[in-house]
Design a protein around this ligand. Structure first.
Ligand code: MSP
Length: 522
């Protein structure tokens, strides 16, 4: 069977504009999918928006527009943001799409027919931020929702319930016997602890309390409550149908990785997993939960007024493409750990890694090639696969692949930059300018070839993070834009005229401007 890779992200609520926390997740996802596409042909990325629920209903009412109008308005902001950040998804699903709504009803009915959904009167503590009932054990000592720091509302309703408790033992067994299922593994115990006290969950609300939702099939007085609706997107988007799943579904499911934030790991590793078990579908290979992005070490929040959009960062720094921001977001925090955005860190990191380390290296070397060899590579310049740089390039490639296989995205970036660092050191040690002066032309030529061929490797390796810089490096090296890993064979740069003085341009300019933090507020 042809190898495939199916990646999904969380679908964002559209009751506001995207901020850099949403962007962080989509960038991580995009870096992973671009890396997979370098290796295999059949890699598919799904993202989307979560458009039903009480929050949308309330925000729309407060603006005097319909929920659909609000969704349309905000959906286009997400779409625009992902375009600007060059998120190369294959599909973007909206939970208001007709095919999705139809498939969700079918899924609900199948769960009901399986005996996993029943009706029950319930009194519980509801957090509208989570769109979920919370158990008293989940609350902070002051009785607040730990994620939204708001007091949940006590609600009594007759709702449909999903028999989650019936899956408890199966879920525990599955999680314990599949170490790659929950990544990073430090989250596993937290999930196992939550499973110890798991109760059945409400999967509908009365229509009178939530009207902006998909109706329960055969019971118009009830709305399907957001999590069944939202979670199902991962299969409805690729054509799941209980009786007759699409070819795409058969090809892609189960997902290889489902990327989500740490706040919604319970919904994915417990609720979603049990729903899939009930539907008789295979489980995703990995649920990858990332940490949260803070701004200047504080939680982003509308009330603090520090919510920053990706667009304002790009504009504030006058960035014509998103590479620096993508690189910073994907490389600054270990997966699963919280990350922080600050203007100073951003500037410092991208100046050091992209401008000083990678950019200068290319620039200096191309200039030396022009100065000493008129920009030309001669056949006898070409070094073999046993050269020090060739060996280092190959090792780096293997380290990067391994890191990506473990979803260590920041570490993979680090390997690439360390490689560039070593190439810089090699240039300093071998001092091609002195070799040229001393008349050691052959040696000088070989060093320059080593460095330029190493740069070609760096371009391919850094491509998932910085697609524009990578293209520019290959362009300056007079190479085709081939980013497949099959191109990573030493000796790709062939003999012939490579460059000339006025073709050489910096691939990334240092960010040195000063910015008022206020310019970036959403
Ligand atoms: N709609 C639900 C997800 C349903 S998935 C079937 C939701 N939406 S959200 O808009 O609140 O969040 C979308 C994603 O962005 C989540 O994975 C969430 O963890 C992530 N983030 C939201 N704020 C974030 C940060 N400040 N930092 C990093 N990620 C954050 O939850």
């Amino acid at each position: 069977m042809q190898e495939k890779f199916y990646l999904t992200t969380a679908i964002d609520y559209v009751n506001g504009a995207p901020h850099i926390g949403h962007a962080y997740e989509k960038i991580l996802a995009d870096v992973i999918i671009r890396h997979k596409r370098q290796l295999i042909d059949n890699a598919f990325m799904l993202t989307g928006t979560d458009e039903h629920g009480i929050k949308i209903q309330k925000t729309a009412a407060s603006k005097g527009i319909t929920p659909k109008q609000l969704c349309d308005e905000n959906f286009s902001k997400f779409e625009q943001a992902w375009k600007q950040l060059e998120i190369s998804y294959d599909k973007i699903i909206r939970t208001t799409d007709e095919e999705h709504k139809k498939a969700v009803k079918q899924i609900f009915k199948k769960l009901y027919d399986n005996g996993d959904i029943y009706k029950h009167t319930y009194t519980g503590l509801y957090c509208s931020g989570c769109e979920s009932f919370l158990s008293p054990k989940d609350l902070t000592p002051d009785g607040l929702c730990p994620h939204h720091l708001k007091k949940p509302e006590e609600i009594t309703e007759e709702n449909y319930f999903f028999k989650l408790s019936g899956y408890k033992d199966k879920l525990i067994e599955y999680i314990k016997s599949h170490p790659d299922f929950i990544v990073p593994s430090f989250r596993v115990n937290e999930i196992l602890n939550q499973l110890e006290n798991i109760e059945d969950i409400s999967v509908s609300r009365t229509k009178s309390s939530v009207s902006w939702a998909i109706s329960v099939p055969g019971d118009d007085s009830q709305s399907i409550y957001v999590w069944i609706d939202a979670l199902s997107n991962y299969i409805t988007a690729i054509g799941y149908d209980c009786e007759n799943p699409s070819e795409l579904f058969n090809k892609l499911w189960p997902a290889d990785v489902q990327i989500i934030g740490k706040d919604i790991i319970k919904f994915h590793s417990i609720y979603w997993t049990a729903i899939l078990m009930s539907l008789g579908l295979e489980l995703p290979k990995t649920i990858l939960s990332h940490g949260w992005i803070t701004i200047d070490e504080s939680k982003m929040s509308k009330s603090i007024g520090n919510v920053i959009s990706p667009d304002t960062v790009l504009k504030a720094f006058n960035l014509e493409h998103p590479d620096a921001f993508r690189y910073y977001m994907a490389s600054s925090a270990q997966i699963g750990r919280d990350g922080n955005y600050s203007d100073d860190d951003f500037k410092e990191k991208v100046n050091a890694d992209l401008a000083n380390n990678i950019g200068n290296l290319l620039n200096r070397t191309l200039n030396m090639l022009v100065k000493y060899f008129d920009g030309e590579i001669k056949t006898d310049f070409i070094t073999g696969a046993d050269s020090k740089m060739a060996v280092l390039a190959n090792n780096t490639k293997n380290l990067v692949i391994e890191a990506f296989n473990k979803y260590e995205i920041a570490e993979a970036a680090n390997y690439i930059v360390s490689f560039a660092d070593s190439v810089n050191k090699y240039v300093t040690e071998r001092a091609p300018w002195s070799l040229a002066k001393e008349g050691k032309t052959d040696e000088c030529a070989e060093v320059l070839y080593d460095v330029l061929e190493a740069m070609r490797h760096i371009a391919v390796l850094i491509y998932p993070y910085c697609p524009n810089i990578a293209k520019d490096i290959l362009y300056q090296l007079n190479q085709d834009a081939d980013f497949k890993y099959t191109s990573l064979i030493w000796g790709g740069i062939k003999a012939g005229k490579l460059t000339e003085k006025d073709k050489i341009k910096p691939v990334f300019l240092r960010l040195d401007s000063e910015f008022a933090a206020d310019k970036k507020k959403v």
